[in-house]
Ligand binder design. Sequence first.
Ligand code: ARG
Length: 451
Amino acid sequence: DEGVVRRDRFSGGPARSFLSSLAADERIFEADLEVDRAHTVMLAEQGIVEDDVAGQVLTALDAIEVDGHGSLPDGEDVHEAIETAVIERIGAEGGKMHTARSRNDEVAACIRYRLREDVLEAVETTLALRESLVAVAEAHTETIMPGYTHLQPAQPTTVAHWALAYEGAVGRDTARLLEAYDRINESPLGGAAFAGTTFDIDRERTAELLGFDGVVENSMDASSSRDFLLEVTQALSTHATTLSGLAEDVVIFANRGFVDLSDDYSSTSSIMPQKKNPDTLELVRAVAGDAAGGVQGLTTTLKGLPRAYNRDLQRATTYAWETVDAVTEASEVAAGAVATADWNEETLAAEAGEGFSTATGVADLLAANGLPFRTAHEMVAHAAENSAERSSADSHVAKPRDNGADYDALEAAAREVLGEPLESLVDPDAVEEALDPAASVASRDSQGGPA
Ligand code: ARG
């Protein structure tokens, strides 16, 4: 029976399903057909396989593609199953397809071929996210908002400044993915099991047919290395970490009423009828955990593997697929949530001065008028402390968000700390202006600042 390939001695026992990657290999079904085609064409061009046999193999591969992965015969993996299907269709001659190669270089070529597509899709989602962030920035160059460090009110900024901060980070994520892409985009095909082949193959030709930029030179390196998987999974994990910060910010802003997510990106409660929850962004935030787990799983699987090929590599690939899928989806959702959210300009403006967030500007003003910055810092800190005490004395609940430190508090601090009235140091109108959040933002026009 020509349909029965030579592996009858092996892999038929109770461990068969444990060994098999056939189901998971659906992901590389198309890639394997392309790799088979390129290899077959090269074998014919090199005179290693007769043209008519190569033609029959190519015809069989087309038919197998039409039937789909689900129609493949049983096999240890997609490579074996496709070969079996070719032999079933055209007879034993179909076995010539596997001349001068191994499943080791074959699978590495398939992974790289498919991963290129996935990475380009991930790159595109980062570009869409950047476009969303730039659109938010364009619409909100004048929308002032509170800025935070340690999640405490720090200095007023703008929504545009916030959005472009993430755009910059996502831009680096894009660059990291593209760099990983370049190292994925090299052909391992022709490495064979690891040790090359006696046949006069043309590795550059299969690389060219498959659209790779070049070859992974050393055949042992070609068939067994997976650092390209690690590099791209790490780059995706870095992007997921950026996304998690963005998501967390928006969750906090939604809590404060600064931003309203569109209904499309919100969820509700099965019991509390009034609820509108930022679930999509919470899930985006959580994907950073999946991605970090992917990096960890992959690193641990690859760690200490000897050269050359080891079957552990079959399980390594899954981490990269899962990570690229999860992070690409999270990036897409983040882009959509950002693009469709409404920023509440009035609330943002009302809160922009919270917690005496213009204090640094007042200290800067005093310093610009000749007071050593450290002395100015001390004086304004004194004013902040006084006004914080005053506002908590007004209520039994501490109100750290009060815009407490007004001109009077500064005046009192000037007298207490410096022994002079404030107007002997600085023009009172300039102080009032420094206390205004919008003016504070407008005055910070250093390179990359919110103005
Ligand atoms: N399915 C395997 C993988 O994904 C490739 C097969 C190599 N098998 C082997 N026994 N050398 O890595």
